[in-house]
Design a binder for this molecule. Structure first.
Ligand code: URA
Length: 231
């Protein structure tokens, strides 16, 4: 990897800042000052020092984002702001969201550059549980709850797998599903004659949304969370 790219991805510099810094002699590789910003760095074994501090390269990065409404779950979009726009200061060009939340849905979204983890979490074969808090138009009857739990027919997608419903308040429920069909929660509620008026995802598998992450804020996943997600 080129030295300027390495510095962009590790110390949050723009490409121009990285080049200027290297030209000024602020970087060294394996103890030797390098002023050529195109110098090829082996990111797994070279020791890069920038402004007298060693810099290590992370191949994979993992974040938990509390997605705000109004952002689309994509890497770029001709019209809307994307969740990746919130990560501009990370200086990485390879981040993407794991799965999708609707533009108006808020809550837990994992952002990474690890395609294998993303596949593991979103593959229909793996049945990873996702829990949502949904505000709904009117209370569910016992029969509605039974139907949601047993599975409802979603046009074009078949019958949903067994789900869990936890009634928190007359018009607020927690719904846990293990699939990721398009607009699944909204369509499931519609199938029992109800309507979702707001939706928030609060967990994916073993990882839950942090209470102290405000909408639009994110943090690194801990080593323990990454390990649990990969299991
Ligand atoms: N189900 C929905 O309907 N919307 C989401 O954003 C996520 C799950």
């Amino acid at each position: 990897m080129r030295l300027d790219k390495f510095l962009c991805e590790t110390v949050n510099l723009s490409r121009k800042e990285a080049r200027d810094s290297v030209k000024k002699g602020l970087a060294s590789v394996n103890g030797i000052k390098v002023t050529d910003f195109g110098y090829q760095v082996n990111e797994t074994c070279d020791l890069v020092v920038f402004k007298d501090k060693p810099v290590s390269y992370e191949k994979y990065v993992y974040f938990i984002l509390n997605k705000p409404a109004g952002y689309v779950s994509a890497t770029n979009d001709p019209v809307d702001k994307t969740v990746i726009d919130l990560f501009e200061s990370e200086g990485r060009k390879d981040l993407f969201p794991v799965g999708r939340l609707d533009k108006d849905t808020v809550g837990l979204l994992i952002i990474t550059n690890d395609g294998d983890l993303s596949h593991h979490l979103t593959s229909p074969r793996h049945h990873v549980n996702k829990t949502y808090v949904a505000d709904i138009d009117h209370p569910l009857s016992d029969n509605d709850i039974k139907t949601l739990c047993e599975g409802v027919e979603l046009k074009g997608d078949g019958v949903t797998k067994p789900a869990k419903v936890n009634v928190i308040a007359p018009t607020r429920i927690e719904l846990t599903i293990c699939e990721g069909m398009y607009h699944q929660v909204k369509r499931m509620l519609k199938a029992v004659g109800n309507e979702v008026t707001s939706l928030k995802r609060i967990s994916i598998g073993p990882v839950s949304l942090d209470d102290n992450l405000k909408e639009g804020e994110y943090r690194r996943l801990t080593e323990e969370e990454i390990k649990l997600l990969k299991e």
